[in-house]
Design a protein. Structure first.
Length: 230
């Protein structure tokens, strides 16, 4: 098959994989015009907002494979944890204008905690002490984002925080970098802010575009390390 006929086949396949609503939200009047812009690297898949919906997860994955074959988008890079050498499926980055992806914590302290408090704690199973700001509090569960420890070590002596000891991490929320998973899928992920660069695992319970909530968090990853990476 010649390159020109192969390109025609790819164009037709891309058109078939698109939602096909001819909605114009991407900035082009028709889906075939959007395909031409994709192939000229003048548009991104994310411009089609429908592809961010769970219904079109498989279509998006197939489209990405075609665009990699056409060298429109780069090949996927392996995401490997530095501490253990395990391969992750995705990176989970911070929500816009936040410092890290959010964590839902189960604190074991009886101390009253409120929104705005800075806490010092150690996640169960993690050797690193964390500092975090409480964003939400709900019947004892707290949602935080990380604010240390790195830049807290040289702070003034009167820096105020509550030391609440060990906490269990129940969930993460953030923006996915990498191939979008499906709701209900167990994923290996690397929190973008993780100071140990340790791969975590959990179940995707909510997915809106690239914004995901992952629960059932575990620091044990049942997969062999990538050979030569450890």
């Amino acid at each position: 098959m010649t390159n020109s006929s192969n390109n025609r086949d790819h164009r037709q396949k891309i058109i078939e994989l698109l939602p096909g609503f001819q909605c114009g939200i991407c900035g082009y009047a028709r889906c075939d015009e959007f395909v031409e812009a994709l192939l000229r690297k003048q548009a991104d898949l994310e411009d089609c907002r429908f592809l961010l919906q769970e219904t079109f997860t498989e279509n998006r994955a197939d489209l990405e494979d075609i665009l990699r074959e056409e060298k429109i988008i780069p090949k996927e890079k392996k995401i490997v944890g530095l501490l253990d050498g395990y391969e992750a499926d995705i990176i989970l980055n911070a929500l816009p204008k936040e410092r890290s992806c959010r964590e839902t914590l189960f604190p074991f302290t009886r101390e009253r905690l409120k929104v705005g408090d800075i806490i010092r704690y150690r996640p169960l199973g993690c050797p690193i002490i964390h500092f975090a700001e409480i964003l939400e509090e709900n019947h004892g569960l707290i949602v935080v984002h990380i604010v240390g420890p790195c830049h807290r070590l040289d702070e003034e002596a009167d820096f105020k925080f509550k030391d609440i000891g060990v906490c269990m991490v129940g969930g993460f929320e953030g923006i996915i970098e990498g191939k979008l998973p499906a709701v209900g899928e167990t994923v290996r992920f690397l929190p973008g802010h993780c100071m140990m660069q340790k791969v975590h695992s959990g179940v995707v319970v909510q997915l809106v575009g690239k914004r995901a909530i992952i629960e059932g968090i575990d620091l044990k990853v049942w997969a062999p390390p990538i050979k030569g990476e450890r």
